[in-house]
Ligand binder design. Structure first.
Ligand SMILES: [Ca+2]
Ligand SMILES: [Ca+2]
Ligand SMILES: [Ca+2]
Ligand SMILES: [Ca+2]
Length: 559
């Protein structure tokens, strides 16, 4: 195992004073009369993509339309040419504000990496410009004034008036690669179309966060075990809703987790279980952009105080593991550690691009613990509670990922925000609300949609019962054959009304000649043949694997 020392902290903020009157289960996140969809499969859905990625989202668009959404696909070139704003972020947001006023869309999907469709960088503490947090929430709260004082620093406490109540659910497909975007869309469709019992299996991965008597950053911490969160999710949400769990907790070191679990948390155990197929992975450990870690009190010098030389971090998951965890129906993942969606390359992006996760909830920045530095249950606040409420809304209330995250944030806003001016608390609350983000479809839920069992329609457009010379149709042939002199372009197209076309294959005499992921292809056939008979076969698949095929006999003379 690699020994790494990370300067990562989960520290926190919570105001106990605002807990009175707390109740679980606020279903909708809007308090101003506008309500967002939280369960149905209708409403307006906007995809903002880049011109070169538009064809990659075609099957996704077909599928959303089939589910009943009114879907609109726009690209960033069009937005930047049509809308005012000082940068691309503001132009996108101005477009969304117009849409919000026109038709109150429920969902917005950004298709592009953080480099090509940038997040908004915010500065929670006015005049502390070294401290910033990047956010996609800028595209969700469409009524707040993100730079009310027009100083170019967004999301400042007091100077600006971000209201933190989202008007839409936002998700992001964090890739600029056309084939990877297509693959991510297909994974989303397959996940949603699958009603297998594997989706009710949850993998719960937790490390120790702090040990008793530990001092860091001028604070002394109480013992904090991430397993406490996992056990609360299990007993409050997962078990009552018929979900089963496989748990991995810290069993190494001199003060391991006291909770029982199925396996000790360890890199190899995580990989072995992950690939078996889970509907949801909930994980918590000290983390960075590229790794999630165990935190082990290895030995003690006798003073019963964990000191830096006695503490070790070991990765239990790395961004590079994604290549080994590629699956047809990967899980929804939430990770409550630091920075898992930070920067432009991170574990969330790696996992979506490789097909190791279908959705990934994490934060772009530090993940903050609560002010008591102990987490007993969801009323204690901090990032643990955000995780808990996400799971609660996703599974307990059957909400979609984007709605569940929005509602978890509004719950945080209503119960765990600072109530008086304190720079540290402000920074931590703002960072939690701004930093937590969703990679994936905001309208993806845990439960399956109506299953697509209908095969695509398929058409061989050329050759198609003609006599051709050098590719030109000369005369119709009144039998189910074509006669061809010279080379010819084989043309086919397919259409699927439910989940969209995944691929079309061309086989000639039993040999695969061409595969496309688009819904049509042109392929030039130019092989030597002295009036020989050939069998052409085209096969089309929709995204969930329904197939249709068509055959055609040709006589080819081509030297
Ligand atoms: Ca708002
Ligand atoms: Ca400002
Ligand atoms: Ca010691
Ligand atoms: Ca179909």
């Amino acid at each position: 195992m690699t020994k790494i020392l990370l300067s990562l902290i989960i520290v926190g903020v919570l105001l106990f004073g605002c807990m009175s009157g707390f109740t679980q289960g606020q279903k909708r996140y809007s308090s101003n009369g506008k309500t967002a969809s939280s369960g149905g499969t209708s409403g307006n859905y906007i995809i903002i993509t880049q011109p070169e990625l538009e064809s990659s989202v075609a099957s996704f668009e077909t599928w959303k339309h089939y589910l009943g959404y009114t879907i609109e696909v726009v690209n960033t070139s069009w937005i930047t040419s049509q809308y005012q704003g000082i940068d691309i972020q503001e132009k996108i947001r101005n477009f969304l504000i117009e849409k919000y006023n026109e038709s109150s869309p429920s969902y917005v999907l950004l298709v592009g990496s953080p480099t090509s469709i940038p997040l908004r960088v915010c500065y929670p503490l006015p005049s502390v410009f070294s401290d910033h947090v990047s956010t996609d929430y800028y595209y969700a709260d469409l009524t707040g004034e993100w730079d009310a004082d027009h100083d170019g620093y967004y999301g400042e406490y007091s100077d600006d008036t971000v209201d933190f109540i989202p008007e839409v659910s936002v998700g992001r497909i964090p890739s600029d690669n056309p084939s990877l975007v297509r693959q991510i869309c297909q994974n989303i469709i397959r996940y949603a179309q699958d009603n297998g019992t594997w989706k009710t299996n949850v993998l719960s991965l937790a490390s120790m966060i702090y040990y008793e008597n530990m001092t860091a950053f001028n604070w002394t911490y109480a013992r904090s075990d991430g397993a406490t969160l996992m056990e609360k999710c299990k007993s409050d949400i997962l078990e009552p809703n018929g979900y089963s769990t496989v748990r991995m907790y810290e069993k190494e070191g001199i003060r391991p987790s006291t909770y029982s679990c199925e396996y000790p948390i360890a890199h190899e155990n995580v990989l072995t279980e992950w690939i078996k197929g889970y509907g949801l992975v909930n994980m918590l450990g000290h983390a960075s952009e590229l790794v999630t870690t165990q935190f082990i009190w290895d030995h003690d010098d006798g003073d019963n105080i964990p000191e830096p030389t006695e503490l070790y971090y070991f990765d239990f998951l790395r961004a590079t593991d994604s290549a080994k965890l590629q699956m047809k129906t990967p899980p929804i993942v939430i990770s409550a550690g630091c920075s898992q969606l930070g920067g432009s390359k991170n574990i969330g992006r790696s996992f979506l691009e490789a097909g190791a996760a279908v959705a990934f909830v994490g934060t772009t920045d530090l993940s903050y613990y609560n002010i008591t530095r102990v987490w007993r249950d969801e009323r204690d606040g901090g990032a643990f509670s955000l995780d808990y409420y996400f799971i609660s809304y996703l599974i307990g209330s059957l909400q979609k990922c984007g709605d569940a995250l929005n509602n978890a944030k509004v719950t945080f806003l209503n119960h765990f925000m600072f109530t008086s001016y304190d720079p540290e608390w402000i920074e931590r609350c703002y960072s939690t609300l701004l930093g937590y983000s969703l990679y994936g479809d905001p309208a993806l839920g845990m439960t399956g949609n109506a299953t697509d069992t209908t095969p695509p329609t398929l058409s061989l457009e050329q050759p198609n019962k003609y006599f051709y010379i050098r590719g030109l149709p000369i005369l119709p042939v009144h039998r189910d054959v074509s006669v061809i002199l010279g080379g010819i372009t084989v043309k086919a197209s397919a259409f699927d009304n439910e989940t969209g076309i995944a691929s079309i294959e061309l086989w000639i005499d039993g040999v695969l000649k061409n595969v496309t992921n688009a819904n049509k292809f042109d392929w030039f056939w130019d092989e030597t043949s002295i009036l020989q008979k050939h069998n052409l076969k085209i096969i089309a698949f929709d995204t969930v694997g329904n197939r249709v095929e068509q055959e055609h006999v040709v006589w080819l003379f081509n030297i």
